[in-house]
Design a protein around this ligand. Structure first.
Ligand code: GRF
Length: 236
């Protein structure tokens, strides 16, 4: 409905006003968060939605590739629906991705946030959500990223190289591992005597848990502003 029309509509009163308010409420971007493990980044996203840092999007689904992912408990604690799809149970990469896409359709998902999701997604999958998948990586891309750089390996490599500053990056996901356009980055100092574990924790606390919710809001706002829906994303 054109805005000009809405401006000339007489404001209803009482129950009608409440209904009108709901009608006028901006549509939020429907988000799915993909996880594999502890889900501390998921927790940061859930907290950010609660506190209003994320206000243009709604976390509608948490999808894990393992039944034992603690992230599932965090989702249940926040009353967010969950789904588990495993590569082993689905049998092939195609079947794995087809099942995930089926679930995303069911929930009308418009933005996917990879928050410690350890499965590879093929180009066939990522091309279905162009600039609608974001990932958090625990280094300042283009350092310590790409094939083999995941989990503690990233921090081990940073320490072995002797960098004095590392950090985290949120980027769009495309067919190149850690190769999509950068959305946000935050630097973190390396301390003398750091172990990979200590550095990993500092990068999470000082960078990941801050920039992932911010980037999520930024991209959700863009999608909401463009009035994009699940159908439009799939038909582009
Ligand atoms: C984080 O370090 C993230 O950068 C990486 O995987 C880890 C996930 O941790 N992609 P958590 O499950 O969010 O606690």
């Amino acid at each position: 409905m054109p805005l000009t029309f809405l401006l000339f509509v007489k404001m209803p009163k009482g129950r009608g006003a409440a209904a009108f308010g709901v009608f006028m409420e901006k549509k939020k971007t429907r988000i799915a968060v993909f996880c594999s493990g502890g889900g501390t980044n998921l927790q940061a996203l859930l907290d950010a939605e609660k506190s209003g840092v994320i206000q243009s999007g709604k976390i509608c689904l948490v999808l894990a590739n393992s039944r034992s992912a603690y992230a599932l408990e965090r989702a249940k604690g926040a009353n967010v629906p969950t789904a588990v799809v495993t590569r082993r149970e689905t049998g092939s990469q195609e079947a794995f991705e087809a099942e995930i896409l089926r679930i995303l359709r069911e929930y009308g998902i418009e933005l996917i946030v990879l928050a410690g999701f350890m499965s590879i997604l093929s180009e066939n999958f990522t091309s279905k959500y162009p600039k609608r998948i974001i990932n958090i990586h625990p280094s300042l891309i283009p350092s310590f990223c790409g094939k083999g750089f995941y989990g503690l390996h990233v921090h081990e490599a940073a320490l072995a190289y002797g960098v004095k500053v590392t950090g985290a990056t949120v980027h769009f996901v495309n067919e190149i591992p850690d190769g999509g356009q950068i959305i946000l980055q935050k630097a973190v100092k390396v301390h003398r005597g750091d172990t990979p574990e200590k550095l990993q924790r500092r990068v999470m606390e000082q960078a990941e848990w801050k920039i992932l919710p911010k980037a999520c809001e930024q991209v959700s706002r863009e999608i909401a502003k463009k009035g994009e829906t699940y159908e439009r994303i799939q038909n582009q």
